[in-house]
Design a protein around this ligand. Sequence first.
Ligand code: UTP
Length: 503
Amino acid sequence: MRDPTMVGVDGNAAAGGVVDGSALPPPSSSPPQALIERLKDYGQEHVFALWDELSPQERLLLVDDIQSLDLSSTDRIIRCSLRSQGLPVAAIEPVPESCVSSVEERTMEERERWWKMGLKAISEGKLAVVLLSGGQGTRLGSSDPKGCFNIGLPSGKSLFQLQAERILCVQKLAAQAKNEGSAGSVTIHWYIMTSPFTDDATRKFFENHKYFGLEADQVTFFQQGTRPCISKDGRYIMETPFKVAKSPDGNGGVYSALKSSRLFEDMATRGIKYVDCYGVDNALVRVADPTFLGYFIDKGAATAAKVVRKAYPQEKVGVFVRRGKGGPLTVVEYSELDSSLASAINQQTGRLRFCWSNVCLHMFTLDFLSQVADGLEKDSIYHVAEKKIPCLHGYTMGLKLEQFVFDAFPYAPSTALFEVLREEEFAPVKNANGSNYDTPESARLLLLRLHSRWVAAAGGFLTHSVPLYATGVEVSPLCSYAGENLESICRGRTFHAPCEIAF
Ligand code: UTP
């Protein structure tokens, strides 16, 4: 007998939009034989264990669910990923200095040259932006996609709006650099990756906000895939008697999602050569940064990543390393980095040997992106994370299969790192307010402090009725992308914080 306490079962069926009984084919008494045989090949036939207790509608849902899974590739992924767990990893070395442009070594001339090179490439339509926005944002605890989140700025803008307006600003700067004053002459295409958990709400949010001033047809949404959640012995976990538990395949699902949505072809048709790829949850993200793009083009690398200096040895961030002697650059997670290596000091500089933290701000050539999608698919190695998984009896501990966007780096013939300052470009929004770090509140303050410095540097004055450390001014991205062009608005003027400075 079915457990009568599993109210979710029937509730889910209704929510899933089940067709009314009269439209259904006659209920079959046993699951399709061919499907059972295929499942047996992969040791997954237990998914039909509760068949006899299912209603006709539920049986159809179960068959549909199983048929929607790519059984053979999922089987390959499970075997390769479980096998690769715990294998010894190749020795690591620090990233050679020649691969990094550090803030202190960068000259003013270089910065200006890269800025101009980047703007030129953007004005020629060679840059696309890919946003990773398929995460469930469980730590933040909001039911909406993270990009819809309002971190409490004076303007009340969401993360999506801040990013859209930065794109608008770069379009305008690129058009001006091209001597064509009108912003409409330059378009940066924005590809937004969602997941089944964020897709609907994300599309609606953009529609309801009229794409924040962007053209609707310069934004393309595409969905990342999901993978079944599995037990430690590789068997699918059932979320209900007629549905396999699934989770998004990680932000590294972007490569296969771009491929299966035929977006590499779409990019090539548009003349795109370079792709800026970043996570949604950084309030200071410089989307489509011309300087970073110019640097990337100048280096002629296949990939690049912005990095910040690790704040302290045990900081929980992944760092770039060189894998093996003379091997490619890659990211090791903090949990994989031995604590003696994490705190090892470079005797010449007095700084950490492994100091370049990954902050999910990447640049790729389109050629490399399309190749790496094939390489990752062929190797089928996913990260295996033990997590709470919804199941027939509530929750169980199981394994989620995920790829990470940085999994691409070992495939790159060349990677260039570009150091940026945290206080200028990294304000993560990971945890709910009240947590110790990376909250909407900490991101809000980082943004207000940076923008207040821009205003002061442009000759403006601030007054405030709460302590300055708890407030500041916000500069609309429509006025300034990175602090430029603020003199005409700010010089000699006094602003009362908190407020937004906008046209
Ligand atoms: P995180 O790893 O911080 O995960 O994502 P998250 O889903 O946002 O939050 P938690 O862990 O559930 O609290 C880093 C970036 O990768 C994207 C996120 O949207 C964010 O931009 N991401 C993550 C995806 O696009 N897909 C995924 O499957 C996971």
